[in-house]
Structures are given as structure tokens and as C-alpha cells.
Design a protein around this ligand. Structure first.
Ligand SMILES: [Zn+2]
Length: 435
């Protein structure tokens, strides 16, 4: 007639369980209840039933009341006291009263997150393995079909307490802050979601590398002069993050400027303490810090991590426009400029990996489009070229021919080798992004 009560009594006869652990054995039954309320309600009705039997003269029920009272269940303890019966209380067989620790964990977390800005959180926990083993043992022994596991309950209870104290939302998918409790080691670990900032950078002078080198840009030490240092340092200053990484859509040579709309990038800030930042201030600070050598445009916070791999992959596809000022050994015949323009109208260029990068790149053949080329003479042996091409084309080699490894090439058609090349990227197509 009352399977829940019968099952519960059988469990309690064998094991002393706290209200939460008993209630959790029936966690899927009833709505709007905590497991503690479930367990308490069951123990209460059992105590009343047994008290009734006792009053009807069934003295044996005293032993059963003891089974309920030994988990320090007050109503049963008081009843036994009335009958002058004493009972030795013990900790919960499953959790050793671990739930009593949760309040302390909550107040420690509240202190630890004081200086972190976040809107959403998630709680996870590690518990001593013997707890899981004991819980599993009871679930099997009594064929419990409506139970849940203790981790879920701890995560939910701590999560609820934190969300209501902090007025934050719970987000199991992509929380700003993940709080990990280790109930065995008695420690708390906080994992802050990286902050991602999308933008485009312009490099207004030659001679600056893109990367700050190994380790990227950290809050402790200044890195070498680089685009990464110039953009990431001001961002670290406002977010109070520990480390920042520049993920750019491709990379120009050190001696190449990036003008026009600039190159797309995402800065990833690790462990940011501040998430809502004034992006126009960041823009201003980048210009100031780099003394006008680097500037950024179109900054915005992005949410999805896959944007990083996307902008990297897109660098091979986004169309680019270059301006090259090329000085040749010999005088350039102006009539040849028209020939050049015709030759490089929608032409597929075959490129083997350039000699200068062979030491770090695999030797392979790339086929890349040149869509158009405009050429004009600056003086008798210097010309200016505007080249619109597919991403991933090595433009210096398009000009020099790289000893025949790139064909067709400008040197090949002019029959003259360039003495000096100055290259600017004047446009990179805007990538289509997800957010
Ligand atoms: Zn327990």
C-alpha cells in the first residue's frame, strides 16, 4: 500500500541516513521539494506510524523508532526520550553529514568571487569516492528506481544558494564562472571563461612583428615590441586578466604594413576579472601605447569560441588587396605596364612554397587567384602595383618569381629583377562571423 514508506524503513533499519540522503533515494517523486524535505517527510510519517503502533501496545516498534532516531532525527529522539529509551546517534552512512559543510563552502565562494565580474555561473563538485560507492551500493541493494546521485544534489544546492545570494543566473552550457568544489580536499577552484574581443588592426609602420613570442602577453612582464603586445597590454589593463593572446586572420611579414580596414583578429583574455569594458577606451589606449604605430577598429565582444578557428581558417580565403612599390635594376618600359595588367586579369598563379619560408613550411604547390593588377610608373625604374588576390598568395614571390618557383610572375614578364619591394596590405575582406 505504501511502498515508499516500506522501502524507506527497510533502508533505515540497515543504514543510518541523513534526511537528504534518504530523500534522494526518492528524488524523482514529487515536485517542488528538496531531497531534505522528502527525507524529513518520510521520517516524520514513519515516526508517527510507529508511535501509533506503540500506543496500540506493540512494544517492538521501539527498535524501529531507534533506527529513525539514530540519524539525530529530532521528533524520533524526543519520542524515545519520553519512553526513557536512549539511542546512540551516528553520522549518515552515505555522506558522513557532508551537507553540513555546504554552508561554509557557499560563504567561502562568496568571498572568493568578490572581485570577479560575471553574469552566469555553474557549480561542479568532486566528492570522496567512498561516498559514491556507498550510494551506489544502497541503490543496488534496494533496487531504487527513482533516486538521483549526490553530486547533482550538491551542485544544485550550492548553485541555488550562490545564484540567489549573488543575483546571478545558472548557465550549464557556457557560464562566465565555473566553481569547482572539492569536498574531500576542502578546496575551491574558480574557472573564469576567457573574454573574446573581435576587431581589426592596422599596422602603420614597417618593422613590427605580429607575435609577442612564446607565452603571448602576460600581466607580469612586458613582451617584445609587437602587434600582440600593443593590442593586448591595454586590454589586460582594463580587464585585469592574467594573459592575453592575439589570434589573427593570417600574418603579414615584419616589413609589410597593414592599412585600409586592417586585419581581423580576436583577442582572448584569460582569467579576466572585468568583462564589461569600454571598447572605445581600449581603442584610444592602443594608439597611445603604440605611439600611433598600431590602431584598432570595430572592437566588439564576441561570445563563441569557434570564431577563433574560423577567422584563422578564413585567412586563406578572404580576398586581399596589396600595394607594392617596386624598384627594378633596369628601366621599366611603360608599355610593359599594360601587358602586366592584361596578364594578371583573373589568372591562376602556381606557387611552390617560397624559398625564404622553406625552413619552417612544407614544400608544396599552391594555386591562388590574382583577380586584377593595376600598374603605374613612379619613376623610370620604379613602379606602383595594386594587386587584388586570393588570401594565402605570397605576393613578394608573385613579384620576384622566386627563381621560377612562382609562375607567372612580374619579374618574369618584365624580364627584370626587383631591387627593392615595399609592400602594404590596403584591404582585407570582412569575414562572415557567427555572432
Ligand atoms: Zn547523508
Amino acid at each position: 500500500m505504501y511502498p515508499i514508506l516500506n522501502e524507506a524503513l527497510r533502508i533505515l533499519q540497515k543504514y543510518s541516513l541523513c534526511c537528504s540522503c534518504l530523500g534522494r533515494a526518492f528524488a524523482m517523486l514529487g515536485r517542488g521539494l528538496t531531497n531534505e524535505e522528502r527525507g524529513r517527510a518520510i521520517k516524520l510519517v514513519l515516526t508517527m506510524q510507529l508511535h501509533r503502533k506503540l500506543l496500540e501496545g506493540n512494544v517492538e516498534t521501539l527498535e524501529l523508532i531507534k533506527c529513525i532516531a539514530r540519524s539525530s532525527f529530532e521528533p524520533a529522539l524526543l519520542l524515545l526520550e519520553k519512553y526513557g529509551v536512549s539511542v546512540e546517534t551516528s553520522k549518515c552512512f552515505i555522506c558522513s553529514n557532508i551537507f553540513e559543510k555546504l554552508e561554509d563552502f557557499v560563504s567561502r565562494v562568496l568571498k572568493a568571487v568578490k572581485d570577479i565580474e560575471f553574469n552566469t555561473l555553474l557549480v561542479g563538485c568532486k566528492i570522496p569516492t567512498d561516498i559514491t560507492i556507498k550510494e551506489e551500493k544502497i541503490r543496488e541493494e534496494f533496487s531504487l528506481k527513482f533516486s538521483e546521485n549526490i553530486k547533482r544534489e550538491i551542485n544544485r544546492r550550492v548553485g541555488k544558494a550562490l545564484c540567489s545570494s549573488l543575483n546571478k543566473a545558472y548557465d550549464p552550457k557556457a557560464p562566465d564562472l565555473t566553481i569547482l568544489l572539492d569536498l574531500g580536499e576542502n578546496t575551491i577552484e574558480l574557472i573564469i571563461k576567457p573574454l573574446l574581443i573581435y576587431g581589426r588592426y592596422r599596422k602603420l609602420v614597417r618593422g613590427i612583428p605580429q607575435s609577442a613570442g612564446r607565452g603571448n602577453v602576460t600581466s607580469e612582464t612586458k613582451s617584445r615590441e609587437s602587434i600582440e603586445e600593443y593590442i593586448c597590454r591595454p586590454i589586460l589593463n582594463v580587464t585585469h586578466g592574467k594573459r592575453a593572446i592575439l589570434h589573427a586572420s593570417g600574418r603579414e611579414d615584419v616589413d609589410v604594413r597593414v592599412l585600409g580596414r586592417g586585419r581581423p583578429f580576436v583577442v582572448e583574455v584569460k582569467d579576466p576579472l572585468v568583462r564589461s569594458i569600454d571598447l572605445s577606451l581600449v581603442k584610444k589606449k592602443v594608439s597611445e601605447y603604440s605611439e600611433g604605430k598600431v590602431d584598432v577598429e570595430g572592437l566588439r565582444i564576441v561570445d563563441q569560441r569557434k570564431i577563433i578557428s574560423r577567422i584563422k581558417a578564413l585567412s586563406q580565403h578572404l580576398n586581399k588587396t596589396y600595394r607594392a612599390v617596386v624598384e627594378f635594376e633596369e628601366i621599366v618600359d611603360e608599355k610593359m605596364l599594360e601587358v602586366l595588367e592584361k596578364k594578371f586579369e583573373n589568372v591562376l598563379v602556381r606557387q611552390r612554397t617560397p624559398t625564404r619560408v622553406l625552413y619552417r613550411r612544407k614544400d608544396k604547390v599552391r594555386n591562388k587567384m590574382v583577380y586584377s593588377l593595376r600598374a603605374r610608373s613612379l619613376n623610370e625604374n620604379t613602379i606602383e602595383l595594386i594587386i587584388k588576390c586570393q588570401g594565402g598568395l605570397y605576393v613578394k614571390e608573385l613579384i620576384t618569381g622566386d627563381s621560377g618557383r612562382t609562375s607567372p610572375s612580374i619579374a618574369e614578364i618584365l624580364g627584370s629583377q626587383p631591387k627593392k619591394i615595399e609592400l602594404d596590405i590596403i584591404d582585407i575582406e570582412e569575414p562572415f562571423l557567427i555572432t
